[in-house]
Ligand binder design. Structure first.
Ligand SMILES: Cc1ncc(COP(=O)(O)O)c(C=O)c1O
Length: 330
């Protein structure tokens, strides 16, 4: 298997082997595109330069949001919590009765190989499995084969300066889908609920949205879990509020306990938020993002607090540790 550490001095070959065997769903080769410079995207076992990485308009992932996905990060040559992300992907797929055509081990290797093909050590990876190509009806039985896509890219949600100061969040009118609907408990391609929340925060001039559940309890951000700190204790809402049980959330809960903080999973009200000593979001993309204002109420002293900072430091220390993930170039 091709394994090349981008830190080595020899030049990586970026020739895509598939160029003579195009994606069967795709029929346009653009002119003047430097294929050697483009990131390579995995689609169904083949690698395509970004400009040629296309799927059919009949894919039910596009037509109906019928599919599942994961956002994963690699730090310093280690894919953080890759096994946990793969387990969650397969659980999401199981919940929507989608048979992923790869074993978990094959999927892990495909993720690692995509990073190697792109000579990446630090990346944001988007792993998507759609129901596949069907007809214009929504019956999933018409889709014969799921489409598997792996993109290795980078993402920065907030600048270092914004994160240093803390962000301004807003409780929005969009309620988290309850658990007896297509809620975020399943990490599916249906993110309109989150996007509506994000739009509300955007138009009101806030950095991020906070969604309540149907009973008025705090659930989570649009793509992040939420913690508050009260009297030195960490409090985070339970999954019964329709949130995604975040992998970063679990990591933070364990780190907090190791640091000696008590962690409680319980219903959080908007008033709890307004009167918290500290608040922060967690997520693969957001990492740990302090929140210093919620609906114009200053949280604590209006700066990232000591508990948040301790957790950010502890989190930073485990990134790139092979014990916390899977090395790309082992
Ligand atoms: C709705 C939602 N909640 C929470 C999270 C945070 O989860 P994780 O820490 O696993 O990235 C995400 C991101 O995947 C998300 O989309």
């Amino acid at each position: 298997m091709f394994q090349k550490d981008p830190n080595s001095t020899a030049k990586a070959s970026k020739t895509a082997k598939h160029i003579s065997t195009p994606n069967p769903h795709f029929c346009f080769y653009g002119k003047g595109i430097n294929l050697d410079k483009e990131p390579l995207i995995y689609i169904d076992g083949e690698y395509y330069p970004k400009s040629q990485a296309k799927i059919s308009v009949f894919d039910h992932g596009l037509l109906y949001g019928d599919g599942v996905f994961e956002g994963i990060r690699a730090y310093k040559g280690v894919v953080f919590k890759l096994k946990e992300h793969i387990d969650r992907l397969y659980n999401s797929a199981k919940a929507i009765m989608l048979d992923i055509p790869l074993t978990k081990e094959e999927m892990i290797n495909a993720v690692l190989e995509t990073l190697r093909k792109n000579s990446m050590r630090d990346a944001y990876i988007r792993l998507i499995v759609t129901r596949g190509v069907g007809d214009l009806g929504l019956d999933p039985r018409k889709c014969r084969k799921p489409t598997v896509i792996i993109i290795a890219d980078r993402i920065t949600l907030y600048s270092g300066e914004t994160r240093e100061k803390g962000i301004k969040a807003m409780i929005v009118w969009v309620r988290r889908n309850p658990v007896d609907t297509a809620s975020h408990e399943i990490k599916s391609l249906n993110y309109l609920n989150s996007i509506l929340g994000k739009i509300e925060a955007n138009i009101a001039g806030f950095d991020e949205a906070i969604c309540l559940d149907k009973n008025g309890y705090v659930s989570e951000g649009v793509g992040e879990n939420l913690f508050i700190v009260k009297n030195g204790k960490l409090i985070t809402p339970p999954s019964s509020t329709g949130l995604l049980v975040g992998i970063t959330r679990e990591v933070i809960m364990k780190l907090a306990e190791k640091l000696g903080y008590m962690v409680v999973e319980r219903n959080v009200t908007p008033a709890d938020l307004f009167t918290a000593d500290e608040a922060f979001f967690t997520g693969t993309a957001a990492e740990i993002t302090p929140i210093t204002e919620i609906n114009k109420r200053i949280i604590g002293v209006g700066k990232p607090g000591p508990v948040t900072r301790n957790l950010m430091d502890a989190f930073e220390k485990i990134l790139g540790d092979p014990a916390e993930g899977i090395p790309i170039y082992a």
